[in-house]
Structures are given as C-alpha cells and as structure tokens.
Design a binder for this molecule. Structure first.
Ligand code: SAH
Length: 231
C-alpha cells in the first residue's frame, strides 16, 4: 500500500519538511509512514529571470502569480489521474476544521499549492479545480506555513504516527468541545493543588468532572462551538 503522500508546489521548497522533520511527524516521515515532495515553482518561470509573477491587471499594489506558470507546475507534478485533493492555501478559502483534517487524513494524501505576493491569478483556480482552504482569518506572507500547519494536523492522525496516545479522540474539537484541563506532578505547584477528584481513583467521577469542565470552558470561551454541536 502506498503511504499517505503530500506534494507541495511552492517558491520555497527548502521550507519543507521544516518543522515536520522533527518529533513524531519527522520520525514517521523517516519510517515511511507518510511521504512529502516539495516542488519549486520557479522552475516553471518565464524568461531568463524565470519570472513567476506579474503586475495585477487593473492596477494596484503588489504582484500576482501567473496562471500559466502555475498550470505548468501543476500539470508537470500532479498528472491525472491523481486521487489527492488539490488545495490552494488561501485566506479566501473555507476555514480549516478538524472534520476536514480527519477527512483528508483518511484519504490518499494532499496536493498543495502555496501562494505568495498578492495571490494567484483567478483563472488557474477554476482551470485546475483547486479547492481554496484557509487556516484562519489573518494574512500570512505565503501559503507555506499554512501548508505545514495543514500537513501537521493530518499527519498526526495517520495510523502509527502518534504511538500510544489514543489518537486524540478526546481532544479539543473532536468532541465538539474544548478540552478539559490537564494536571501532572507536582501535586502542589506554588500553593495550587491538583483537583482532588483527579486523585480519587474514581473513573466515573473523573469522567463526569472532565465533561463538566469541558462544557464550562467551551461555554465561556467558544459558545459558537456549542451552538454548532449536534443535539
Ligand atoms: N492579497 C491576499 C493575501 C495574499 S497573502 C488577500 O488579501 O486575500 C499571500 C499568500 O499567502 C496567499 O496566496 C496564500 O497562499 C497564503 N495565505 C495567506 N494567508 C493565508 C491564510 N490565512 N490561510 C491560508 N493561506 C494563506
């Protein structure tokens, strides 16, 4: 079986695997539990200077990535048929959620296009069926950090990557709630002790306490999550 595989098209291939070369994701990459390729968009640039961008039609600040350059890179590196979703990291995209992450982690992998400058020529998005995905309502200088973020979220869910951890079934967003608070030794930290219930050994009571805490924290911090939750 071919492992989960990510292919990234970027002006900065050296940014990959970057932080994903460390810790569990990095070990999993070395063990072949997932694969990563980063391809240089510059190789498809035009002219002696390998230009990938040009001034925006209609005027305005900044530069726009050329549709023809991006289409050439996509066609060269992501030949069809390819079952992987083709995503464009973009602040205009659907905001990334844990449900999307889980869905993509269960698939064959991802093909990710990283924008730069003011963004990409609109025509290539439709011409190559790119799905726009945002990692949040703020502007990054490029799609690379967004791609790394998305990949990190997916890779940690792949079988074998997280080891003993129960693949995070309890974690924030998996339950539709923010997570309950954690504690570990020492029992006394600057005069604050670990809640007695967690030291009671009563698993039923502990589970109830954690659920109440998770609900209270979610109500206080993210009432929008409660509203969205299934009854
Ligand atoms: N002019 C654009 C921003 C371009 S930022 C606008 O106002 O919408 C340059 C590139 O960074 C984008 O093409 C995209 O690939 C990436 N990027 C920036 N913010 C992002 C976000 N929140 N999520 C995903 N990608 C983002």
């Amino acid at each position: 079986m071919t492992p989960w595989s990510a292919s990234v098209i970027t002006l900065f291939p050296d940014m990959f695997p970057g932080p994903l070369g460390f810790s569990l994701a990095g070990e999993a990459l070395r063990r072949g539990l997932w694969q990563l390729e980063a391809h240089d968009l510059r190789a498809f640039g035009r002219g002696r200077h390998r230009a990938v961008d040009d001034t925006p039609a209609g005027g305005g600040a900044g530069m726009v990535l050329r549709a023809d350059v991006m289409a050439d890179a996509i066609d060269a590196h992501w030949p069809l048929p390819d079952a992987r979703p083709r995503l464009l990291l973009s602040p205009r995209g659907a905001p990334l959620t844990q449900a999307m992450v889980r869905h993509w982690a269960q698939g064959p992998g991802l093909a990710l296009l990283c924008g730069r400058f003011e963004g990409v020529d609109e025509r290539v998005i439709a011409a190559r069926d790119l799905v726009e995905v945002s990692i949040g309502d703020y502007i990054l200088s490029g799609g690379e950090m967004a791609a790394l973020t998305l990949l990190d979220a997916c890779v940690r869910l792949l079988p074998g990557v997280m080891g003993a951890a129960a693949s995070g079934d309890d974690e924030s967003f998996e339950t539709g709630l923010l997570e309950y608070p954690h504690f570990t030794r020492p029992v006394d930290f600057e005069g604050h002790t670990i809640p007695a219930v967690l030291r009671s050994g009563d698993h039923g009571r502990i589970a109830r306490w954690r659920k109440e805490q998770a609900e209270a924290i979610t109500r206080a911090r993210r009432p929008d999550l409660l509203a969205r939750r299934e009854p």
